[in-house]
Design a protein around this ligand. Structure first.
Ligand code: HEC
Ligand code: HEC
Length: 319
């Protein structure tokens, strides 16, 4: 009897071992970094700088931000050097730091390794990245845009700066391995197709990430862009507003000019020198970075937002 039990137990241990081994072998389910060498043409460097600083906000998350100021402007000289922290106090399952992505840190990476990290969520050493790094959205970036950002990263001033190691709680430390996936680039989209181009920009700028309510770490279904995501800022609670075209509770009564002007307040030094105290509250909305988007691009985003399903959801952003 004992012998049968022992054999049974052994069998079970081997099975679990195989299962765990398979899990670690199988995930992250992403192939080796692509063998791509990106040529740094002037067009790509211009486009990459525009996207990284004003749309996809790579240099903003991967920086130190001054939260004593309204909308947390980047501390000059830390662009791309890493530092922003996502921890339990903010509702994250652990302690995650945006690492250094200046040449001081990525100098030894191949272009393919950088591209795989951006689009698939796998670091150079095979570690699955936690999706606060928005690779699930960047996965849809066009080839040319990813090449442009990659070429631009190589031109950032090198800053020596290391961030603490990531800590993730069980079971997220295992589940994170299942999140990376292969890059499925969008076909090139003409800026003249304002609706499609606006949808593309809103996707890679992650508007829906912050403007969709979350419950238990998940987006509430059917509430895309309806606002209500809660952010615990040092200055107090702030909620994202409803960006759907509902007339009473969303932006249904806004004109395109008013929408663009709302961002452009923060373009230029005056709009960037407001302390959180003067403003009376602080916000994670990256106003200052987005303010550098062109009026055409902000207009395209507006065109897209006006096309989504109106959802009635009254949100009080600051109480
Ligand atoms: C919302 C914040 C945020 C934005 C925006 C963001 N990142 Fe990240 N990124 C992170 C965090 C946090 C990590 C680390 C995740 C982890 O350790 O699991 C990361 C990881 C990375 C890594 C892997 C670095 C390493 O050492 O493993 C690269 C490369 C990277 N990001 C590049 C970019 C680029 C390029 C963009 C813009 C296209 C970008 N990131 C936008 C937060 C962000
Ligand atoms: C990191 C989270 C975050 C991201 C990303 C984000 N927002 Fe916001 N947004 C907020 C919060 C919170 C507020 C409310 C506080 C404020 O006004 O700053 C806000 C406010 C706004 C407002 C003001 C609405 C009003 O009634 O005055 C507009 C418009 C807006 N966001 C549009 C966008 C668009 C478009 C994008 C994508 C390009 C975007 N947001 C991305 C968090 C975010």
């Amino acid at each position: 009897m004992a012998r049968i039990l022992f054999v049974g137990l052994l069998f079970l241990v081997v099975l679990v071992g195989l299962g765990v081994g398979y899990f670690f072998f199988r995930f992250p389910d992403v192939g080796p970094a692509p063998a791509i060498r990106v040529e740094a043409t002037p067009e790509r460097l211009t486009r990459g700088a525009y996207l990284a600083n004003h749309v996809t906000l790579c240099t903003d998350c991967h920086a130190h931000r001054d939260w004593d100021q309204f909308a947390g402007p980047i501390v000059p000289g830390t662009e791309g050097a890493g530092g922003e922290r996502f921890d339990e106090a903010m509702g994250f399952p652990g302690d995650i730091h945006a690492p250094n992505i200046t040449p001081a840190a990525l100098g030894g990476w191949t272009d393919g390794e950088i591209i795989r990290a951006i689009t698939s969520g796998v670091s150079r050493d095979g570690t699955a990245l936690f999706p606060v790094m928005p690779y699930p959205s960047y996965r849809l970036m066009t080839e040319e845009d990813v090449y442009s950002v990659t070429a631009y990263l190589r031109t950032l001033p090198s800053v020596e700066h290391a961030v603490p190691e990531r800590k993730l709680h069980f079971p997220v430390n295992l589940l994170v391995r299942t999140m990376p996936a292969e890059w499925t680039p969008s076909a090139p989209i003409s800026p003249n197709d304002r609706l499609a181009y606006g949808r593309y920009l809103a996707t890679i700028a992650e508007c829906a990430f912050c403007h969709t309510p979350m419950e238990g770490g998940r987006r509430v279904e059917g509430m895309d862009l309806a606002g209500g995501f809660e952010f615990q800022m040092p200055s107090g609670l702030v909620r994202s507003p409803n960006l759907t075209p509902d007339v009473e509770t969303g932006i249904g009564s806004w004109t395109e000019e008013a929408f663009i002007a709302r961002f452009k307040i923060y373009d230029g030094p005056d709009g960037q020198r407001i302390t959180a105290e003067e403003a009376g509250f602080n916000t994670p909305m990256p106003w200052i970075q987005y303010a550098g988007m062109t009026e055409e691009d902000l207009g395209a985003i507006f065109t897209y937002l006006r096309s989504v399903k109106p959802i009635r959801n009254r949100v009080i952003t600051v109480e």
